[in-house]
Design a protein around this ligand. Structure first.
Ligand code: UTP
Length: 499
């Protein structure tokens, strides 16, 4: 391990010597811990990062209107706008790739979920569905189901490796939760956790905060940290060994996410894309969501703050918003492209800066919990790589079947547990009604192990009226229930509500 004397020199060179102010007071184990932490920080980059970040803080937000163009028609397709035959071709192509073991899922679960305000990783959150399932469980079960659909279609027992990007704050708890739940039926060796990087938090003058006398204040480097993390943790190599060619990357907090969506994957593969974005129509000109478009000829997500109201309101002849492709943190990447980014472009990713209230140890050694913003956190965003390819496509999907984000606590009444629960139950109600059943109450849920997107439920729902809270289970779950083998928590949730 590097000695403290070596760090003194490094810290002096980048004007961060204050970090060792309390060194002489530290106990031996604190010293060891601190040195270990310091050795993980890329101090050679620190000043550059802060300078870049600082200039973006002082700059006025540039409006990009004059440079923006909507997506060209050959780079955009809408699920609602295409015929059933083509949709089926995409689905078939996607399922074939899954059956051949070419597809992986990369779940981004390194965020701290500060707006939701729970003390554990967001994936462990249960929005209060009749089954009590958490976001992690729902997503794992969708993976299992889509693999079995691929098998049904091709006869091949393919598999999907579930890569989960965690961070310092979420890693241990996520790992323990998945282990204790037997990875929700996925094979242990096909669930791979890796940690994204952390970056120091700075005050407005570029000094790094001490969180404790023996530790620097660090925060995850944003979901754009995936590229570096994929490389530095050997995940790109792991993908190569497993023969993975395509990766579906998505956020943890969309309860409707179609994990490893065969239609999206099939569409991107058929178009020969390196990189794809799933989008939904902006709900209106003022929805504060980034839009996917072209800026100076390159593909980019333009934030709501970067467009004037006038441009946000532009409509085409059919009355649709011209810039309507709302970005939902749901992407397709070829592994070839991920390698290119990780090896050649990662350091060119834009830095996004947010002013935050950052707790710190002050110059007198007192711990301070600020009530107003006192510094900055720097993040990279996953979508900032679109500009590095021309082989980019966009796939528009209906919001009600694909997107409902969990960002806030129920007090916000938007993007919260209540809306997540409502949107999933409404979707399942529509699946049941399309298959000939009737739902006359709130709260009929379909297990992801039974149906991925409303398929294969006719024999369970046709002609039936559901007037009580119910979970329609897969045969496998029914069997486990009957053998009393189901997890205790799920039994508690399911008891008395089965039809
Ligand atoms: P958000 O930007 O919404 O952040 O993340 P968050 O952590 O969920 O919530 P707040 O802002 O603290 O309230 C969008 C997706 O990106 C992941 C999140 O886990 C989520 O899936 N993410 C975010 C990371 O994986 N790493 C990060 O550093 C930040």
């Amino acid at each position: 391990m590097t000695a403290v004397s070596d760090f003194r020199k490094v810290l002096e060179d980048c004007q961060q010597s204050h970090l060792l102010k309390y060194w002489d007071e530290l106990k031996d184990e604190e010293k060891t811990q601190f040195l270990k932490q310091l050795s993980t920080i890329r101090f050679d980059e620190v000043n550059r990062l802060f300078k870049e970040a600082q200039s973006s803080l002082t700059e006025e937000v540039t409006k990009l209107d004059s440079k923006m163009k909507p997506l060209p028609s050959d780079k955009f397709e809408s699920e609602e706008g295409i015929n059933a035959k083509l949709l089926d071709e995409y689905r078939t192509a996607g399922l074939r790739e899954i059956a051949n073991g070419h597809v992986a899922v990369l779940l981004m679960a390194g965020g701290q979920g500060t707006r939701l305000g729970v003390s554990y990783p967001k994936g462990m959150y249960s929005v209060g569905l009749p089954s009590g399932k958490t976001l992690f469980q729902i997503q794992a079960e969708r993976i299992r189901r889509v693999v079995s659909l691929a098998k049904q279609q091709t006869g091949l027992a393919g598999k999907i490796c579930w890569y989960i990007m965690t961070s310092g704050p979420t890693n241990k708890t996520t790992e323990k939760f998945l282990r204790e739940n037997d990875h929700f039926g996925l094979k242990k060796e096909d669930v791979v956790l890796f940690q994204q990087g952390l970056l120091p938090c700075f005050d407005f003058n570029g000094k790094i905060f001490l969180e404790e006398k023996h530790s620097v204040s660090l925060a995850p480097d944003g979901n754009g940290g995936i590229y570096r993390a994929l490389r530095d943790n050997g995940i790109l190599k792991d993908m190569e060994h497993r023969g993975i060619k395509y990766v579906h990357v998505h956020s943890v907090d969309n309860i409707l996410v179609k994990v490893a969506d065969p239609v999206f994957i099939g569409y991107c593969v058929k178009k020969g894309a390196d990189c794809g974005a799933k989008v939904v129509k902006k709900s209106g000109p003022s929805e504060a969501v980034g839009v996917v478009c072209q800026v100076d000829g390159s593909f980019q997500v333009v934030e709501y703050s970067e467009i004037t109201e006038q441009t946000a309101n532009l409509r085409d002849e059919e009355g649709n918003l011209v810039f309507r492709a709302g970005n939902i943190c749901n992407h397709f990447f070829s592994t070839k492209f991920l390698n290119e980014i990780a090896n050649n472009y990662e350091s060119k990713l834009k830095l996004h800066v947010a002013k935050k209230k950052i707790p710190y140890v002050d110059a007198d050694g007192t711990k301070v919990k600020p009530t107003t913003s006192n510094g900055i956190k720097i993040e990279k965003f996953v979508f900032d790589v679109f500009q590095f390819t021309d082989n980019f496509v966009t796939w528009e999907v209906p919001r009600n079947s694909e997107f409902s984000a969990l960002k806030n606590a129920d007090t916000a009444d938007v993007d919260c547990p209540r809306t997540s629960r409502r949107d999933l139950l409404n979707l399942h109600k529509s699946y049941i009604e399309n298959a000939g059943g009737k739902v006359s109450c709130d709260g009929v849920e379909i297990s992801p192990l039974l149906s991925y997107a409303g398929e294969d439920i006719e024999d369970r729902v046709k002609g039936k009226v559901f007037d009580n809270k119910t979970v329609i289970l897969s045969n496998e779950e029914e069997l486990l229930m009957n053998n009393n083998d189901y997890s205790k928590e799920s039994i508690n949730n399911l008891n008395g509500i089965r039809h």
